[in-house]
Design a protein around this ligand. Structure first.
Ligand code: TEU
Ligand code: CA
Length: 571
């Protein structure tokens, strides 16, 4: 009894949970102004419940001039009127809780908006108490050549006070000075205020950038952002921040670019700064060219490295294939041609959802939404896309050039994942009755929630089944990880095991058929098929060949269809 109690206590809710990321601006508009809003989310909580979601991460909904779609916050304790009111927010939290869904918010504390009252005060000059909330250098000579993540220099000159401030992102996003204890205390007060309102945690934005190197530091050869990414000594601030979090029973997910698997236990181990992080290693492997093939071996290596480094209680991690900063996974890790799309989407789902960690699904991923073919440069909205376009057009500005850029943006832009959620076949995909703030992908007529809800062989139905499988088989939460055939160029094959119990996940990540030689560790036993993506999409009519229902003891080979995914349980 004692033992069981301990066991139960040792399993925090977020290890068994499935997260869902909502980009509020593009999720659902409730009042016809073309902009998604909190009411729109409230109306669709049931949809999330049926999908099997336990908690939602909301991209920023705070007051903001929207230079970077809410990642430039002008008031941390207010809601952007485009999205609704504080009352709507409280209702959303309540209604979600009634359905057993938790809500976590985005916490953007590397920087504020240049419209934040602190920054406006800071601009008054050195004597202002808020001046030191930001990072300054005297005069107009750049102290270094550091490049901003959004392009251009990190320094912006303010003639009125003859000083420059540092911004890692857009110039309208000045970086906060974490060396200032008053600034830190103000941030902690704000954090407690939200947590006292009853939210269930935070996704902490760009947190690996809060510490900067001494000004004279040069970027590493292959990495322009190294002087302000995961800089030595950052742990002092993260430790202090994590103490505030630990006052509450919440989940924290740090966005941690530049953190390596080797360093991960310090970040997400038992006494880590966060419960989990979004690592960048695997996600940066997407293919940038339309007809490129993904490097399966590299992907397995990246995912596997993190799995192994955090296994056996060394830590925990977030699992994800998509978010609002990267193109759609089916387009860049899979294949969005109609013949392959459904298979590829479900293959990717099978691959990552059954790893060790807490899975996140990005809105629309569960129906296999694809990248957008942008038709004119005006259709792009993202601040980084605009900067890039401007830069590219400076080199050469003509119609051919524009077409080239359009094609490039249609494969790499963050806007690919920000097109409105595709609910049904009515106008604007059922996202809005007005004019959508951002182009709707015309493929909504074939890719949408309403139709996939009806179809038992849809991507959406597959996600539901997969989520239920994960929820009913504890081995997927508590089991260890082992992968096989790391050099196989097409197939990801890994096992989750817990004592005598074993589950095997086999996924062909390419559009070619594949064959694997089963290692003796697998062929030493017989296995039965639990689930697969065989009846999904274009191959729906083919019966599953009988030999796939079982892996017989001593079986030597297994053949896979393009993007086929199979899950076996040891007999
Ligand atoms: O993204 C941050 C981000 O992309 C960097 O942390 C990352 O370090 C970079 O790609 C390094 O190469 C977050 C949000 O997700 C994004 O939408 C915001 O635009 C950004 O922060 C600024 O707040
Ligand atoms: Ca609206």
């Amino acid at each position: 009894m004692e033992d069981m109690h301990e066991k139960q206590q040792a399993m925090p809710w977020w290890k068994e949970a499935i997260g869902y990321q909502i980009y509020p601006k593009s999720f659902k508009d409730s009042n016809g102004d073309g902009i998604g809003d909190l009411q729109g989310i409230r109306k669709n909580l049931r949809y999330l419940k049926e999908l099997g979601i336990d908690f939602v991460w909301l991209n920023p909904v705070y007051a903001s001039p929207n230079v970077d779609n809410g990642y430039d916050i002008s008031d941390y304790q207010d809601i952007n009127p485009e999205f609704g009111t504080m009352e709507d927010m409280l209702k959303l939290i309540d209604e979600a809780h009634d359905l057993g869904i938790k809500i976590i918010m985005d916490l953007v504390i590397n920087h504020t908006s240049d419209q934040h009252p602190w920054f406006k005060e800071a601009l008054q000059g050195k004597d202002n108490p808020y001046h030191d909330y930001y990072i300054w250098a005297d005069g107009n000579d750049k102290p270094n050549q550091w490049e901003s993540i959004f392009g251009g220099s990190v320094w912006e000159y303010v003639p009125a006070i003859d000083q420059q401030y540092l911004h890692v992102f857009a110039k309208e996003q000045p970086d906060l000075n974490w060396e200032n204890p008053n600034m830190r205390q103000d941030i902690y007060t704000m954090i407690r205020w939200w947590l006292d309102l009853g939210i269930d945690g935070f996704r902490i934005d760009a947190i690996s950038h809060i510490k900067k190197s001494p000004w004279h530091t040069k970027p590493k050869k292959d990495w322009a952002y190294s002087p302000f990414t995961n800089v030595k000594g950052i742990g002092v601030y993260l430790r202090e921040l994590s103490k505030v979090f630990k006052e509450y029973d919440i989940v924290t997910v740090g966005e941690a670019s530049g953190v390596t698997a080797e360093q991960a236990p310090e970040w997400v181990g038992k006494d880590g700064y966060f419960n989990m992080i979004f690592e960048f290693e695997h996600i940066s492997l997407w293919k940038r060219e339309k007809n490129d093939t993904m490097d399966v071996v590299a992907l397995k290596k990246a995912l596997g490295r993190w799995q192994k480094r955090l296994d056996y209680g060394q830590g925990w991690n977030a699992l994800y294939m998509e978010n609002h900063d990267v193109p759609r996974s089916v387009s860049v890790f899979g294949n969005d041609q109609p013949v392959y799309r459904e298979k590829a989407a479900t293959a990717l789902a099978t691959m990552y959802l059954l790893l060790q960690g807490t899975p996140f699904i990005y809105q629309g991923q569960e129906i296999g939404m694809t990248n957008m073919t942008f038709r004119s440069l005006d259709e792009l909205d993202d601040v980084t896309a605009k900067n890039q376009i401007e830069e590219l057009l400076q080199m050469e500005d003509n119609e051919d050039r524009k077409l080239e850029i359009l094609e490039l943006m249609s494969s790499i832009s963050r806007d690919n994942s920000r097109t409105p959620m595709q609910w049904n076949t009515s106008e604007n995909a059922g996202f809005t009755t007005g004019k959508p703030w951002m182009v709707v992908n015309p493929n909504y007529t074939t890719i949408n929630v309403a139709e996939q809800t009806q179809q038992p062989t849809s991507i959406l139905s597959y996600y539901k089944k997969l989520i239920q499988l994960r929820k009913t088989q504890n081995i997927f939460v508590s089991g260890h990880y082992h992968d096989y055939l790391p050099k196989h160029p097409q197939v990801y094959i890994y096992e989750r095991f817990l004592e005598e119990d074993r589950m095997l996940v086999v996924v062909n990540l390419t559009k070619e058929p594949a064959e694997i030689n089963l290692p003796t560790a697998i062929s030493g036993q017989s296995w039965s098929l639990v689930m697969g993506n065989h009846p999904i999409g274009s191959h729906a009519a083919d019966p599953l060949s009988p030999f796939k229902q079982q892996l017989k003891e001593k079986q030597k080979k297994l053949a896979l269809e393009p993007y086929e995914a199979l899950i076996y349980h040891v007999n």
